[in-house]
Write a protein that binds this ligand. Structure first.
Ligand code: SAM
Length: 210
C-alpha cells in the first residue's frame, strides 16, 4: 500500500468527528487506506458495507470516495432491527453481552447523519443479509466492510460478497480475534478453511485480498 493512501485516510479522520463508538480511529484508518488502495489500483466493482448501523464508518467511506472523485456506487445494508439472536458459535466468556435487538438504529437515523454531514447517502437496503435479493446487490464488488458481530451474520455476508469480489478486491471483517465476539473469527476461519486465500489481521480487523 502506498504511503499517500495512509496519509489521506488520516487527514480525513483528523478533519471530521467519528459519530459513534462502533469504530475507532486506528481501525478506520486501516479501512480507509485499504479502500483507497483498491481505488488507486482501479479494481472493478462497487463498495459495500454489511452492518452499517448509524453510519460512523459509512460517512468516512463516502468522504474518501468523494476525495478520490470515485464514481463507484456505495451500498449499505443493515437489518435496522439490531443484532439477531446469537448462535452457539458466538458463545463467549462475556455470556449475556450482545443480546438480540441490541444496536438498533433506524434507516432514518442513518440518512439523517448523511444529511447533517452534507453527504450523498449510500444506496441503503433494510434487510437481514440472508433475505437480500440479487437485484439489491451490486454485480461486482471492489471493496466490502463486514461489521455484523455474529457468526451467522458474517458468514451470510461473506457468502454474498466473495463470489462478487473482483480479483484484487478487498474484504475487511471487523472484530477478528476479539474475545467477546468469537463468532467473527470463526466465520472468517470457517469460510476460508479450504481455500488458498490467506487472511491477515491487524487491530481486530481481518483483511482479505482476492
Ligand atoms: C457493530 S454494528 C455496525 C457498526 C457500523 N459498521 C459502524 O461502523 O458504525 C453491527 C450492525 O450489524 C447489523 N446486523 C447484524 N447482523 C445482521 C444481519 N444478519 N443482517 C442485517 N444486519 C445485521 C446490526 O443491526 C448492527 O447495526
Amino acid at each position: 500500500m502506498k504511503t499517500s493512501a495512509v496519509q489521506s485516510a488520516s487527514m480525513l479522520i483528523r478533519s471530521y468527528p467519528i459519530i459513534s463508538l462502533q469504530i475507532d480511529k486506528k481501525r478506520l484508518e486501516i479501512i480507509l487506506a485499504q479502500l483507497e488502495s483498491v481505488i488507486d489500483q482501479a479494481i472493478a466493482g462497487d463498495i459495500a458495507e454489511f452492518g452499517c448501523h448509524a453510519g460512523a464508518t459509512a460517512l468516512f467511506i463516502r468522504r474518501l470516495l468523494n476525495s478520490k472523485a470515485s464514481t463507484k456506487q456505495f451500498y449499505a445494508y443493515d437489518s435496522f432491527e439490531g443484532l439477531p439472536a446469537k448462535t452457539i458459535e458466538d458463545a463467549s466468556v462475556s455470556g449475556s453481552d450482545f443480546k438480540a435487538g441490541e444496536l438498533k438504529v433506524s434507516k432514518h437515523d442513518l440518512l439523517l447523519n448523511f444529511k447533517k454531514a452534507g453527504l450523498r447517502p449510500p444506496i441503503v437496503h433494510k434487510a437481514w443479509f440472508n433475505e437480500l435479493k440479487t437485484k439489491q446487490l451490486p454485480e461486482t464488488i471492489a471493496f466490502a466492510f463486514l461489521d455484523s458481530d455474529f457468526y451467522r451474520s458474517i458468514l451470510d455476508s461473506l457468502e454474498i460478497v466473495w463470489p462478487r469480489l473482483s480479483e484484487g478486491g478487498v474484504i475487511i471483517v471487523d472484530d477478528y480475534m476479539r474475545s467477546h465476539l468469537p463468532g467473527a473469527t470463526r466465520a472468517v476461519d470457517d469460510f476460508f478453511a479450504n481455500s488458498p486465500i490467506r487472511t491477515r489481521h491487524q487491530n481486530n480487523l481481518a483483511i482479505i485480498r482476492k
